[in-house]
Design a protein around this ligand. Sequence first.
Ligand SMILES: [Zn+2]
Length: 117
Amino acid sequence: MYASEPINKNKRIIQYTGEKVSSTEADRRERRYQKKGQIWCFTLSRRWYRDGNVGGSTARFINHSCNGNCYSEVVDDVVWIRASKNIPKGAELSYDYNTKGEADMRCRCRPGCKSLI
Ligand SMILES: [Zn+2]
């Protein structure tokens, strides 16, 4: 996903929406998604997740990067994607998923990145 206009640092860009599900249900779905190389469930707390694949906004298409230009902020059960720096028009948006390698997928933020998502 790309910036259609310049974005100021710390601006709330978009909400990561989607069905609110329990951690048990999120685990079940995420196993299925990961077989297709996808990650959709955003952690709200130890008990709750948001599944961006069910009723989610376009925020679900923002890619992971170890060194992105956005960050996520969870306020109660609302997830905001915010700018971590001033972002020029046309730049690709990305943020750190903070999944600690759980999905066992290779990060593609740059050639040769060894991190796991
Ligand atoms: Zn990376």
